[in-house]
Design a protein around this ligand. Structure first.
Ligand code: HEC
Ligand code: HEC
Length: 220
């Protein structure tokens, strides 16, 4: 063990107070209280990076968005519907429901928190799933010419670690830099929050080539 408990905690605190972060909402405040109480809080806080706030969900006033903001921040940061493809959301939602019902191999931990965790009724599950599918990520075609290049290989390795490999057409050349920058932040978060500097992946990923590739094949 290179770092003691305190530095780990400090890193977690620093990283989770970044600017684009949902600390303001009551749901997240609630999750934070649970994380603070549970000996497994640090693990739960690390599951998803703090990326968006409830108000930044697509169609924030819709029933689907409300349900995500209500049920999906009980254990970790708010997930974005854009993160996964429709096909991938299906098993993820099933797994999450199972957990909300207190089942699974993390059962003991979840049971520990169950007093606070609420599972949605079936009608809400349908609305929630339909919402996630409607705003899902679109995966790149496996035969896309972008993937034949060297930069394409890097893109494929780097950008499929947390979700399906995105379709470059999803964004315009002007939009991609902001998205890639946010992803760099998520990657750094995934690396730093688990611990000490010595353990981080080196060399750091150079996203310039990936960005050029995405822009080349971007939506016009
Ligand atoms: C009872 C606690 C709990 C609730 C509530 C919960 N999750 Fe999770 N979630 C977890 C745990 C534990 C993990 C990490 C293990 C795993 O991936 O299954 C996780 C991981 C995730 C991940 C990252 C893993 C992946 O496959 O990308 C996503 C995305 C996610 N949850 C989405 C959701 C959504 C959407 C909801 C609301 C429908 C939700 N979660 C509600 C406990 C929960
Ligand atoms: C460490 C995990 C991680 C890695 C690696 C990662 N992403 Fe993401 N990605 C996320 C998360 C979390 C979200 C949902 C929250 C968000 O949009 O910031 C997301 C969402 C997205 C979206 C949908 C949101 C939007 O604005 O369209 C796109 C596109 C995307 N990522 C592209 C990429 C690209 C390109 C790379 C490689 C440079 C990459 N991702 C690498 C975690 C990751």
């Amino acid at each position: 063990m290179i770092a003691g408990r305190l530095p780990c905690l400090l890193i977690a605190l620093l990283c989770s107070s970044g600017p684009a972060h949902a600390a303001g909402s009551p749901e997240v405040a609630q999750a934070r209280r649970l994380w603070a109480q549970s000996p497994h809080g640090a693990m739960l806080e690390r599951i998803l990076p703090p990326a968006i706030e409830a108000g930044q969900l697509p169609e924030p006033q819709s029933q689907g968005a409300r349900l995500v903001a209500r049920y999906c921040v009980q254990c970790h940061h708010l997930p974005s519907p854009h993160m996964h493809t429709a096909a991938r959301w299906q098993p993820v939602v099933e797994r999450m429901l199972w957990r909300m019902q207190g089942k699974g191999n993390l059962g003991a931990l979840m049971k520990d928190m169950m007093a606070q965790v609420e599972a949605p009724p079936d009608a809400d599950v349908a609305t929630l799933s339909a919402y996630l599918r409607r705003h899902a990520q679109r995966e790149i075609d496996a035969k896309h010419p972008a993937l034949q290049t060297r930069a394409g290989q890097m893109f494929s390795l780097a950008c499929s670690q947390c979700h399906a490999l995105p379709d470059p057409q999803r964004h315009t050349a002007r939009e991609w830099p902001g998205v890639v920058k946010r992803m760099q932040g998520h990657m750094a978060w995934a690396n730093t929050i688990v611990g000490v500097r010595e353990l981080r992946t080196e060399p750091e990923l150079d996203t310039a080539q990936i960005l050029r590739l995405l822009q080349h094949y971007a939506r016009r």
